[in-house]
Design a protein around this ligand. Sequence first.
Ligand code: HEC
Length: 150
Amino acid sequence: MRKTRGAVRRLLAAGLFVGCGLAATGCPNTSPDPNDPNGGAGAVSFAADIVPILTAHCAGCHSPGGFAFTFITMDLRAANAYQNLVGVASVQASGRVRIVPGDATASYLIEKVTQDQPQVGARMPLNRDPLSEAEIALLRDWIDAGAPNN
Ligand code: HEC
């Protein structure tokens, strides 16, 4: 009995830390390890989880020779994406930062992939199907975990 209550408390605590219940996009890490204070959310890897999204959906336009590169020099290929995103000011939307480590909601990239009418321009990826809920959740979790270059 006592053991069960402890386990429930730990699960509740993990849920509160992650805040998954409040996230509109849901939480992809639904099997939190009770010993991990992040409930698994901190496990998103830039190289393993984020780069494949950028490569598949973004880098074609956002790289030298790409459609968007002449006026937005934002290279989203694997080797250059991190330096072009984290803490870097938007060239289009004044006062905005592409990725604000620790704050997905404030990050302009999240606005660009989730809203049909972001502050400037159109939803990304331009003229294509929106990213899936799971892909957006990975981006959010990685940013909220501090956008580590891992
Ligand atoms: C078909 C080409 C194309 C694809 C694919 C594409 N983009 Fe874009 N992107 C553009 C163009 C063109 C602009 C400028 C016009 C606009 O913002 O609507 C832009 C602008 C942006 C900006 C604003 C940059 C700034 O500094 O203000 C961000 C952020 C962005 N894209 C992110 C992405 C992400 C993330 C993806 C993949 C999920 C993506 N884009 C896929 C063409 C593309």
